[in-house]
Design a protein around this ligand. Structure first.
Ligand code: BDR
Ligand code: CA
Length: 318
């Protein structure tokens, strides 16, 4: 029986890889895709998620739009310089048009309905700011028992990518992230920059993706602008597939090696805003988040590529 999955996303180039990876994985069934502001504004993330579902031929997956801003303090910084103005490297308009518009229930309503209807625990995978998931936990405490785990991409215990020490998804809504990381009802696995920035898809990996059938060729083309940004910003001829690591962990639990740590998020308005603080003292109090700090990195990259290749390749005719 495949594990039911909800993906909460802000596509986003690495979100695109992550979403298609989930749809390519037989161990899970994507029951809903919900969108949040983040890399680009909400109407754009929603349109992109719809087009990516259409690219996968999965217009049947319900899609609903969620928060267009953080819970408490407005945060205007988007990540167009990484993902392009359209969020998908300038190629969003070339994707197939979705058959229908977003679900009128909205992100929290759709997530709640999926949780109520699922006889087995659902894995929730937030790969953008945590606003929708914090709202879900706050509005529907009666449904937390139906969430098997939350596997989120975000945060850093070291260097940031948005401020000196803050990562984009957590910086975009620190209050929401704090709400999710400090609750005890649902187990949380967090995939931070500490690991994702070590897990780099290089030129060879990208060339293999481009040669993996027509749909992967489209995906590889979308990564072009993102690749340029990694070259310019970090001097790297490679890209970090941040969100795809969280999806792989959700699909194959235990793929990433985790350390249990109580986490707090700095929610003041000073230079530490959005910084994740891990309490490494022995017997530190508070619920522990399973922080993914290590993995067999070549195996992770190869697994992502193999799954996308199998999904993209045209079926062999009888
Ligand atoms: C995270 O920020 C976004 O730009 C990416 O899609 C990813 O979710 C990495 O910090
Ligand atoms: Ca994302």
């Amino acid at each position: 029986m495949p594990t039911p999955l909800i993906i909460d996303t802000d596509p986003g180039v690495d979100d695109a890889v992550a979403l298609l990876l989930a749809l390519a994985s037989p161990e899970v069934e994507v029951r809903a895709v919900t969108t949040v502001f983040g890399n680009v504004p909400l109407p754009v993330t929603t349109a992109n998620a719809a087009r990516l579902l259409a690219l996968a031929g999965r217009d049947d997956v319900p899609l609903a739009a969620g928060a267009d801003r953080p819970l408490v303090h407005p945060q205007r910084e988007r990540a167009e310089s990484w993902h392009g103005a359209d969020g998908l490297g300038g190629l969003a308009a070339g994707l197939p048009e979705p058959a229908a518009g977003p679900d009128p229930r909205g992100a929290v309503g759709l997530m709640a309905d999926v949780l109520r209807a699922a006889p087995e625990p659902v894995t929730v995978v937030p790969i953008g700011p945590l606003t929708n998931v914090a709202l879900l936990l706050a509005v529907h405490p009666e449904l937390t028992a139906r969430i098997g785990r939350i596997v989120a991409m975000g945060g850093s215990l070291g260097a940031g990518n948005t401020t000196g020490a803050a990562e984009f998804n957590v910086f975009s809504d620190p209050e929401a992230a704090h709400r999710v990381f400090t609750q005890a009802e649902v187990p949380v696995t967090l995939v931070p920059l500490d690991l994702t920035m070590r897990c780099l898809a290089d030129r060879r990996w990208l060339a293999d993706l481009a040669a993996s059938g027509p749909r992967c060729a489209q995906l590889a083309a979308m990564i072009g602008h993102y690749h340029d940004a990694f070259r310019t910003r970090y001097g790297l001829d490679a890209v970090a597939l941040h969100d795809a690591l969280a999806v792989l962990e959700a699909v194959v639990p235990g793929t990433l090696r985790t350390t249990g740590l109580p986490l707090r998020v700095a929610c003041d308005l000073g230079p530490a805003r959005g910084v994740v603080v891990a309490d490494r003292r022995p017997a530190a109090p508070g619920p522990q988040v399973h922080v993914a700090l290590d993995a067999d990195i070549p195996a992770v990259l190869s697994e992502i590529l193999t799954r996308l290749h199998a999904w993209s390749a045209p079926p062999v005719s009888a």
